[in-house]
Design a protein around this ligand. Structure first.
Ligand code: TEU
Ligand code: CA
Length: 646
């Protein structure tokens, strides 16, 4: 009798591979109801069976295998199916598509994307194959930071439409068996939020303690006679403290002056947040992407940073952060079939478990920026990509994160330059297309919930920025007003830096077709310029072209959906030192896939490591491959990506 590893026993009844089309006992997505009871019983029987089985095999391995059993037993009692040691959840198997509403689709010709525009494109997303839509902020906002400065959490931004438009959009998403998560921006609000308007009226206003006010340090030479309370600098340049003449105190804003930080020490503030979260969850929203959520617990006494101290790391590891997130989970998240993904700047891998560990009862997952920040020397300056360094990050994720610490897979979002421009070669249309497909292959086969950013499925690129006035992003404009003004940076250095790595690159309008404004808007002006390459790069052409990046992404999502090895399978980098090739496997039980990515724009005759074969080619970004099945040396073309089933 062949020896079957302990954990695979748990998924015996699912046969070697859990088919997404016939998932294990997973909740009926559209209703978001809690999971069915019988799964627990079934899994319990499995455990009992396997326990007996393991006993038969011998004490030692039995003892060793008890440990998972305990964790598994706990999960079984919660009716959770365990696959390869991972508890099964819809949000682990999801492909999430991020929409930046201001730039997705304009439906009323004002040059600004809106909710009715999104609703008109839901079939496009359904056909692409995505499961969850992450909607960047859609709330009422004066747009100092394009919605990440919220004035009213229960009102839709006027430019984006009405609550009726939102409800219709949500209904359209659900009708297509997709889900929606929205952006929870509660480290700070807009300074036009009524809480702050009240708070700044007087030191005794009942909302005063909703924010972080401090006396300044007396300095007769300083404006207003006071220096800021400490030496914190804002993410958007300058001091993180703003003087307020009315009450002659400073308030803290880690981001823009118009984004005052909320005081989470105040239980009223926390209850306000939990209440607005319930408002949207009760509407049927399926969860939250949580903006800079680790920053909510401030350092007691707010002492100055010491020389060389990593400010973001300090701000992200406040003493009551976990207490607050456990309270949020207890009072809100645990009461819905929802997902929560934290934007975890300042959190490193060893610090991840405390936020996402199943026994921590905080968040479902977080975005670690260790991979996407590779090569960063600060600001908009990056070293050229050194592939082994990137590969080492994914190996670290697979080894440091436990089976109860779920991960995320992403390379871009609305705060980064375009994925293919950052990680690929866009010097020719073919190299751009192959690079874009290679990067989609990577994001959709690495461990963790996969995130795509609008336009990645088309291989949209950075925009050819030439002057400061073209950039909309407050981060760029503030750097111009401070660092360029102070001579720390020349205007040209800022322009070329922001042109390559600035956030506006992700925010140019979606390129739908070759009509006016790339089909994004019938208006005479768009809030961000349309990339002139929309005539070559647009959805309409790619939907018609079976060999397009759009269709490749569709096939890649379908392949990922066809086998849970891409979700719960083990990950192993088989050639970590190779400078050009990224070679890794995803294996679950008897099912194993070999992923090969040529990150260089040169052809490579690549000899597979000892004992590794490339058997059945399942998908490749080049139409055909001349290598025979089982080959051990592969003739890889520039930016070639292949997935073999072994
Ligand atoms: O981003 C936080 C964050 O990490 C970014 O500000 C990042 O430091 C910067 O973009 C690097 O270029 C979140 C939101 O994603 C971002 O859009 C908001 O501007 C910010 O928080 C404040 O809400
Ligand atoms: Ca509009």
């Amino acid at each position: 009798m062949a020896w079957i590893p302990w954990h695979s026993v748990v998924s015996l009844e699912t046969g070697p591979i859990c088919q997404r089309t016939a998932p294990c006992a997973v909740a009926d997505s559209s209703k978001g109801h809690p999971r069915p009871y019988h799964t627990a019983v079934l899994t319990f029987f499995k455990l009992a069976l396997s326990a007996a089985f393991a006993t038969a095999i011998g004490a030692s391995s039995y003892a060793q295998s008890l440990e998972p059993a305990t964790a598994d037993a706990r999960r079984a009692s919660q009716g959770v199916t365990v696959i390869n040691g991972y508890s099964q959840h819809w949000w682990k198997e999801a492909v999430v598509y991020q929409i930046y509403p201001r730039s997705f689709q304009d439906s009323n010709g004002d040059g600004i994307g809106d909710l009715n525009g999104i609703t008109s494109r839901l079939d496009y997303l359904k056909n692409l194959g995505v499961d969850v839509i992450w909607l960047s902020p859609h709330f009422d906002s004066p747009n100092a930071d394009n919605g990440y400065d919220i004035r009213d959490y229960r009102k839709v931004m006027t430019e984006f439409g009405t609550m009726g438009d939102f409800d219709r959009m949500l209904a359209g998403i659900k009708k297509r068996h997709m889900r929606l998560i929205i952006d929870l921006v509660v480290n700070h609000t807009s300074d036009e939020h009524k809480w702050f308007e009240e708070s700044r009226k007087s030191r005794t206003n009942p909302y005063r303690d909703y924010y972080i006010w401090r006396d300044g340090k007396p300095n007769p030479n300083a404006p207003n006679g006071f220096d800021p309370p400490n030496n914190y600098n804002s993410f958007f340049s300058g001091s993180a403290w703003q003087w307020d003449e009315t009450t002659r105190q400073f308030y803290l804003h880690l981001f823009a002056v118009k984004q005052p930080d909320l005081n989470w020490e105040n239980p009223k503030v926390r209850q306000e947040v939990y209440s607005l979260m319930r408002f949207w969850l009760d509407k049927g929203v399926d969860g939250f992407r949580m903006d800079v959520i680790p920053l909510i617990s401030k350092t007691p006494g707010l002492p100055d940073l010491t020389p060389g101290q990593d400010a973001v790391k300090l701000w992200a590891n406040g003493p009551r952060r976990d207490e607050f997130l456990q309270e949020m989970n207890r009072e809100v998240l645990s009461k819905y079939d929802d997902m929560s993904v934290g934007e975890a700047i300042g959190i490193d891998l060893p610090g991840t478990h405390s936020l996402v560990g199943e026994d921590r009862h905080e968040l479902s997952q977080i975005f670690n920026f260790d991979a996407t920040r590779i090569g960063s020397i600060g600001g908009y300056i990056y070293r050229p990509l050194h592939l082994p360094e990137l590969k080492a990050v994914y190996t670290a994720h697979a080894t440091i994160l436990g089976k109860q610490d779920w991960d995320t897979s992403f390379l871009g979002n609305h705060d980064m330059s375009r994925v293919v421009s950052r990680w690929g070669d866009t010097s020719t249309p073919e190299l751009r297309a192959m690079s874009a497909k290679l990067l989609q292959t990577m994001v959709l086969t690495l461990r963790g919930t996969a995130y795509l950013y609008q336009g990645d499925e088309l291989g949209m690129t950075n925009y050819p920025w030439t002057k400061i006035s073209e950039f909309n992003d407050i981060e760029v404009q503030n750097r111009f007003k401070t660092e360029v003004a102070q001579g720390k940076l020349t205007e040209q250095q800022l322009i070329s830096g922001a042109a390559a790595y600035g956030r506006d690159n992700a925010r140019t309008p979606m390129q739908w077709d070759i009509t006016k404004n790339a089909g994004f808007s019938t208006g005479n002006h768009t809030w961000e310029p349309v990339n002139p390459n929309y005539l070559q790069i647009n959805a309409a052409d790619q939907v018609k072209d079976p060999d397009s990046i759009y269709h490749y992404t569709q096939k890649m999502i379908a392949l990922r959906r066809s086998d849970l090895a891409f979700i719960y399978g083990d990950y192993q980098d088989l050639d970590p030192k190779h400078e050009q090739v990224f070679l890794y496997t995803r294996s679950l039980g008897a099912s194993s896939y070999l992923v090969i990515l040529n990150f260089s724009s040169q052809p490579i005759d690549y000899t597979l490591p000892q004992g590794i074969q490339a058997k059945n080619l399942k998908l490749g970004n080049y139409r055909d491959s001349s290598d025979l099945a089982g080959a051990t040396t592969l003739h890889l073309r520039p930016r070639e990506a292949r997935i073999y089933k072994n």
